[in-house]
Design a binder for this molecule. Sequence first.
Ligand code: ADP
Length: 674
Amino acid sequence: MNLIFLMIIKFISVWEEPILDNSTLNRENYERMVNLTPQILCMAYFDGRIKYANPAFNNVFGYSNDDVKELNILSIVHPDDKNNLDNALLLAHKDYQDTVNLESRYKCKDGNFKWISWNIKFEWDEGIVYGAGSDISNTINQEQTIYASNEKLNAIIENISEAMFISDKNGNYTTFNRSARDMFPTTFHNFSKIGDSLKENNYYDISGNIIKHEDMPGFRLLRGEKILGYRVMKTNDSITFYDINGIPIYDDNGNFIAGIQCWNNITETVLHERILQSQFDLLHKTIDTLDLPFIRLSYPDFIVTDINQKALNIIKGLKSEMNSIDIVKGKNYGDIITEFDKTDVFYHFQMIQKKKETSYIKYKELIVFGEKIFVNVLYQPILGLEGDIQQVIAIILDVTKETKAKLQLEKNLKMQEEFFINISHEIKTPLNVIFSTTQLFGLYIKNNSLSENQDKLEKYIKVITQNCNRQSKLVNNLVDLSKIQSGFFQIHLSNANIVSVVEEIVQSVSEYVENKGLKIVFDTDIEEKIMACDPTNIERVMLNLISNAIKFSSQGDEIFVNIHDKAHSVEISVKDTGIGIESDHLDVIFERFKQVDKSLSRNAEGTGIGLCLVKSIVELHGGSINLESEIGKGSKFTIELPSRTVSVPYDTNENKNIRSEHQTINIEFSDIYS
Ligand code: ADP
């Protein structure tokens, strides 16, 4: 009875509602209510054995009635709460308190613990304790979760690398995290509200203008502004740059309750950016001042954004309508450089995209204003601060000279090759002739018919001699040519009468010339001209020119050798009325290894190195050689030698040597006597 009564008292204190008329309650009513209530009701002995527990007790802890009979409430108290509980009980006992409120955890049947909030009443006389409890596990767990997340949040705020300042609605600082304290290591204690730090420091915007106090992020936040990526600069001993983000916080009713500012030290980034920017500017300036044609292209669509005059000159030469910078700007690169193989250009652009490196188009042939030029095009990607391609610069390098030189070199090598093939024929021919003639000699000796063939033998000996001379000429020419090439060929200048030197050469060959059915005429407007020359080599020059005149003339033609005195020079010309030379061959005829027309020169053998030697010898004299010719009418070679003297005495014997040197004539004319 007592128990039920106590229960009722408990209900009163938990529900805090006055109970209706007591008289309507009977035992049955009480029992029903005790069985119904979600409140845990428990009656236990002081030693913890349970005397009574209502169904809610069983429900909350999961124990059956049989379990409860055996259960000692103190044995299921959480070990960590045991002390508290014991102390509370001891204290209650000491003071003979009637009631105690306490919270502790109890083990359920499934092994988990539940938090129970107890109102406990002691009946000291009966040795019994009455308890009414509520399961507060959920509330406690939630609190713990919130507490844990708050802890986490605080730890995050404290440890983030950005300096965080949190202020309340009145602008008073509530939080400085560690980085924020580090920003003002000695003075942050003095900062209580927004604006306090400004007493120590001024702040500047990125262009160096001082920022007004009311425009500083803290004040802007107070006005409810959001701050995104605001860059400021602080100068004291050194310069520091910050990137600031800030957010105002509002409550559910839209009232401003706090402002959060995050300051990120970006000094290194800014300095890095500035270095990159200055390099970027320098690159642009360098490109712009380069005296090279360049085109600036946007990326990735390759639209012309800029073009300098030099590049325009080329583009204009390719397409006449592209005649101003304004017209070209805004055009797609592929549309202005139509001469370029699009797939080729596309390939280079792909390389740029892939490797972010310079890419070249080499030795591209273009026809600019009708003239062939060769260009290398260099595509240079310009990277932004993030390493991304921002634009592409196309620099056009005119490599016409180099390319032509390269092509010329290739041509020369080919010519050299042809020359040696030709030479080998020239070497073999006289040898074959000599060889077959000596075989004939052998045959006559074998047949004992030498004397019968006396007249033939003389002819054969002449043939052998002539071919030996041809061989000598060839060898001499080759040796001299290589000496000239390597710079070892020397002429020996002496003061000689050039008129008699030339006249005597003409005289000495006149018989040969006439034998070929030709006429040779010598004429001069001076009788004597003493000047510096190498008579031996002048003889070679004259014999070469005359032998060519013979070779390329027919019976009845005439050869004129003239000397004409000019103020500071002497002109010696050899003119023939022979076959003449095609006009487009005139300028190559003196070049090494060039024989104008194989079919023409075949009427007499030749290597094509004679005129090259002639020109070299004349130039070693300080003179020049010139050719005029007309096909079918004849050719005229004119040599101009400077009329100067050297300090070597005039030697009259020199001339005599020339005349007596029939062997020289035989050698130089050896290719005519076939
Ligand atoms: P080669 O030893 O073959 O005669 P040259 O250097 O003396 O070589 O001459 C080169 C070529 O120039 C000749 O093969 C010939 O085609 C042409 N040539 C030289 N002189 C004359 C000339 N007087 N008339 C016509 N063609 C000439």
